[in-house]
Design a binder for this molecule. Structure first.
Ligand SMILES: [Zn+2]
Length: 431
């Protein structure tokens, strides 16, 4: 069985070359999407699915460089603190409480809500950073299985941290070790300020064992740097570098807001990738991010769990970057697409040529190779995503998830959101 996209306008995501063609999409991992000029010359079996893409754009689907499944059910939750004094208080009194309130069903519902939103926005590859201190063992498998049920490819990790005590840190290390034994993933840490020397040493042993990289929040706040200077007499990136984490092209550093010139140089000369999360930084009144002095080829975009719409993240990076960063259409698009280079360089599964989106973009003006990036920033939105193909299989058709029942999913996520919120209320009472 094959999937055939006929009459497509195919845009090569790297060269932006437009080709009017038919495509045969292989339904295997790392499969191809081949151009076929004349469909009459090939054998089409009755089982093959043919989709007419006349007037539609077909291009590579998207990837998210940093997201949190755990925040998927936070939308609309009651306030636990009226006015948090700052980001640190917000973490302690809201997000870490939410993490502690997660159990098996809440994790599954959060993963389903994330998967649904990712798929419908054109994303087929998700890099998640997970935390659920009351349910650590097996949590990554729940997320992986849920993503696979919807048809998403993934690179997961558990946020190892000492913030809930050393026993929880040990469980986080164990979960990571078990998971990496049979699945692709990363070694997660929450942030430098919640990971002590002993735990970080254990992290580096796992990184070495699996030839992996770390996925960690870096200098999201000034506090992260101050804490590091006071306790380790070094800045955060120096500390991570001393453990050798920056030597891996698998390493993902989220945020990197409060970094000095010599840390930028350290990053430039490293192999690590940086993930910018523009809207999250704005929401938390942090930042702004600046790419000055960094290697633009190792700079990606994430949503930090605020949503799952990478087209929106690109627009946000472009807009805030007009005042605070050196960003234009080309570099915004590059940050949006660098995740494919990251996946390819590190030989991860799940981002073959048979991962595609079909975009129903009814532009009032001409679209061509020369002006495509202008349309990318100002015109194309996730609302235009019509079909999504992951590993050659249609996972979204006519804006509807395939193989799973959206209504059923949303019923389950709403029910679990209520449970999560009431558990959070109970936990914050006893804090
Ligand atoms: Zn994050």
């Amino acid at each position: 069985m094959a999937l055939i996209l006929k009459n497509a306008t195919f845009i090569d995501w790297e060269s932006l070359k437009f080709t009017h063609t038919n495509l045969i999409v292989e339904q295997i991992n790392r499969g191809e999407a081949r151009f076929i000029r004349d469909l009459d010359k090939i054998n089409i079996s009755p089982e093959d699915e043919i989709i007419d893409c006349k007037g539609k754009i077909v291009t590579k689907s998207f990837g998210i460089g940093h997201i949190h499944v755990y925040s998927a059910l936070a939308r609309g939750m009651p306030l636990l603190v009226e006015k948090p004094a700052g980001f640190q208080e917000m973490l302690k009194k809201v997000w870490w409480v939410l993490n502690r309130a997660m159990d098996k069903d809440i994790i599954e519902a959060s993963a389903l809500a994330t998967a649904l939103a990712c798929a419908k926005s054109g994303t087929t590859f998700v890099v998640d950073h997970h935390s659920s201190p009351a349910f650590i063992s097996g949590s990554l498998d729940i997320i992986a299985n849920t993503f696979e049920k919807v048809g998403l490819n993934h690179l997961l990790c558990y946020e190892i941290t000492d913030r809930d005590g050393l026993d929880k840190a040990r469980q986080g290390l164990e979960e990571t070790n078990n998971y990496l034994n049979y699945r692709q993933g990363l070694v997660g840490m929450h942030a430098s300020f919640t990971v002590g020397e002993e735990t970080m040493k254990r992290v580096s042993e796992i990184v070495e064992k699996y030839n992996s990289g770390v996925h960690i929040h870096v200098a999201e706040t000034l506090y992260d740097q101050q804490y590091c200077l006071e306790n380790y007499n070094r800045r955060v990136l120096e500390r991570l570098n001393d453990y050798g984490f920056l030597n891996s092209s698998k390493t993902l550093l989220a945020h990197c807001l409060y970094i000095e010139e010599y840390e930028r140089e350290l990053l430039r000369n490293s192999f690590a990738y940086i993930v910018q999360n523009p809207e999250s930084n704005m929401k938390n009144r942090l930042g702004p991010f600046s790419s000055i002095g960094l290697d633009g080829d190792r700079l990606m975009l994430g949503t930090d769990g605020m949503h799952a719409d990478q087209l929106q993240s690109s627009k946000a990076a472009f807009l805030i970057g007009q005042a605070y960063d050196n960003i234009d259409f080309e570099s915004a698009y590059k940050r949006f697409r660098n995740i494919h280079k990251y996946i390819d360089k590190n030989d991860f599964d799940g981002d073959g040529k048979n991962n595609l989106v079909v975009i129903d973009y009814d532009s009032p003006t001409p679209v061509n190779r020369n002006n495509f990036l202008n349309h990318f920033i100002f015109g194309i939105k996730s609302d235009h995503i019509l079909h999504v193909i992951s590993n050659g299989k249609l996972i979204v058709k006519d804006r509807v998830l395939q193989g799973v029942d959206e209504e059923e999913i949303l019923g389950f996520t709403r029910e679990q959101a209520k449970r999560l919120w009431s558990r959070m209320k109970e936990i914050s009472k006893t804090d």
